[in-house]
Write a new protein. Structure first.
Length: 218
C-alpha cells in the first residue's frame, strides 16, 4: 500500500460514516412523522405518502427504510420501547442510591415516556380513533416484551428494597410484577383511555404510595 492511498481510504471511510449518519437521521425523521400521522389518523388511516412528506423525504426513501406499513409500525413500536427502557435505565443510574428514591425515579421515568407518546400509545393499546381494536402487524404484541423488560429492572429494585428493610420479605419477582401491574393499570385508566388525563406529578406519587402502603386507610 502506498502512502498516497491512505488518504483515499480515510476519505472513503468518512463518506461511508456520513452516509450512515444521514440514513439514521432520515430513519428517525420517518419514525417521528409516522407517530404524528398515526396519532392523528390511526395505524391504518395515515398514508405512506403523507408520512414521507411530513418527514421531508421522498416516498422512495421511506420504502428504502421500511418495506411496507406493517414494517414501519413494527419499527416505531420497537423504537419507542427501546427509548423507554433507555429512559428508565438512565433515571435509575442518576437517582440517589437509596431504595425509595430509585423507586420514584423508576416510576416517573415510565410515566414520562408514556406522557410524551400518549396519543400513539393509546392507539396501540386501546384501538383506533373510531373505537375499533388496534390493528397491529401480525405476531406483534407490544405490551408483553415491554412489561418483561420493566419487570426485570423492577425485580432488581425489589431486591434492594428487601435488603434495606423497606419492603416485606417476599419474592422479589412477585413484588416486581405487582409494581409493574399497578403502573400498567394506572396508565390504562388515567392516561391512555379515550379521555386520558395528563400524567401529573401526583399520579406517580399515588402509585408509589399505594405500592408501599397498600389500600388500608391510614
Amino acid at each position: 500500500m502506498t502512502t498516497a492511498s491512505v488518504p483515499s481510504l480515510a476519505t472513503r471511510g468518512a463518506r461511508a460514516s456520513l452516509r450512515s449518519q444521514f440514513r439514521d437521521t432520515a430513519r428517525l425523521a420517518i419514525l417521528d412523522a409516522a407517530e404524528a400521522t398515526f396519532s392523528e389518523h390511526g395505524l391504518h388511516g395515515g398514508r405512506m405518502e403523507g408520512i414521507a412528506r411530513r418527514a421531508g423525504v421522498a416516498v422512495g426513501t421511506l420504502y428504502n427504510h421500511f418495506a411496507d406499513r406493517d414494517a414501519l409500525i413494527r419499527a416505531l413500536i420497537e423504537e419507542r420501547r427501546r427509548e423507554m427502557i433507555e429512559r428508565v435505565d438512565a433515571a435509575l443510574r442518576a437517582a440517589p442510591a437509596d431504595f425509595e428514591r430509585r423507586l420514584d425515579a423508576f416510576v416517573r421515568a415510565v410515566f414520562e415516556h408514556f406522557e410524551r407518546h400518549r396519543r400513539f400509545l393509546a392507539i396501540v393499546v386501546h384501538g383506533e380513533p373510531d373505537g375499533s381494536p388496534p390493528t397491529l402487524p401480525r405476531g406483534l404484541a407490544p405490551p408483553t416484551p415491554t412489561l418483561t423488560e420493566l419487570a426485570r429492572r423492577a425485580e432488581k429494585l425489589m431486591v434492594q428494597g428487601i435488603r434495606e428493610r423497606r419492603l416485606a420479605t417476599e419474592r422479589p419477582q412477585l413484588l416486581a410484577d405487582l409494581l409493574v401491574g399497578m403502573i400498567r393499570a394506572a396508565l390504562a385508566r388515567e392516561m391512555l383511555g379515550p379521555t386520558g388525563r395528563r400524567a401529573s406529578g401526583e399520579l406517580p406519587k399515588r402509585v408509589q404510595r399505594f405500592f408501599l402502603q397498600g389500600a388500608r386507610r391510614a
